[in-house]
Design a protein around this ligand. Sequence first.
Ligand code: DQA
Length: 154
Amino acid sequence: MGEAGPRILVLHGPNLNLLGVREPEVYGTTTLAEIDAQIATEAQARGATARSLQSNHEGALIDAIHDARDAADGLLFNPGAFTHTSLALADALRSVGLPCVEVHLSNVHAREPARRVSHVAPACVGTVTGFGPTSYLLGLRGLLDYLSAHADAR
Ligand code: DQA
């Protein structure tokens, strides 16, 4: 962990660039830029820094996870629909070994059965699902607490 405090990489998967207009009855009307601003403010208040990246491409997300090895202390990750399909993203998380918190705006357990399956969750330290944009802030809080509790181990 650097002197500037923990560095958090926030990753958003496919279709999350359209938050605000995408199925507002499911995902609300807050835009991704607004969510990222809230995360950055919360991180700063906790003495951390947060950098955000969104991609619609599984490979680009895998590359970002690999690059985080040297550039981040922890990951906050909404993998979108890749949550339910991607062993490759779970493998990438295990490969870098960085603590990751999985977040979802909607309550994936209250939706279609296929969304109850997460390939990513077993590679994460925890999951927050169903609280809209607040899921990210709760996930950030959990991740920062986890990092300070495990500071000696890193
Ligand atoms: C989501 C839930 C996923 O099932 C869905 O495919 C998404 C968004 C969420 O944040 O609620 O794209 O990850």
